[in-house]
Write a new protein. Structure first.
Length: 123
């Protein structure tokens, strides 16, 4: 049976976390280059895994996670004030390299297209 409340709450958490990240003053967390990839909320809404990724790569993502962990109390409090949940989930930030991986795949595809166009022009 689908649980629409979990899905709706997950999207609300994603939206609010993106906004809260912009207000953080920690230099390790630059919101322009940091993205929330995925959010996993447990069925009892007590824990929330937040997968974040940075364009600069995995090292930058890990550094951002350290900054987010140090600000997790502030982030959780802000989330509670904005969402008005009975119980605000405990946030666990996890570094993910999917944006850097996607960027690398895009670069390889554009190189293939460029080499294919060069071959057609030379023929």
């Amino acid at each position: 049976m689908p649980n629409f409340k979990i899905d709706r709450t997950t999207e609300d958490i994603r939206r609010e976390l993106s906004d809260i990240f912009r207000t953080l003053k920690d230099p390790r967390v630059s919101s322009e280059l940091l993205s929330i990839v995925r959010i996993e909320l447990t069925n009892d809404m007590s824990y929330c895994k937040v997968y974040v990724s940075a364009i600069e790569g995995m090292d930058r993502s890990k550094e951002a996670v350290r900054g987010l962990k140090s600000a997790s109390g502030y982030i959780r409090r802000e989330l509670a004030l904005r969402l008005h949940l009975r119980h605000t989930p405990e946030l666990r930030f996890i570094a993910d390299d999917s944006i850097a991986h996607g960027s690398q795949i895009n670069k390889l595809l554009s190189e293939l297209v460029r080499s294919d166009e060069d071959e057609q022009n030379n023929s």
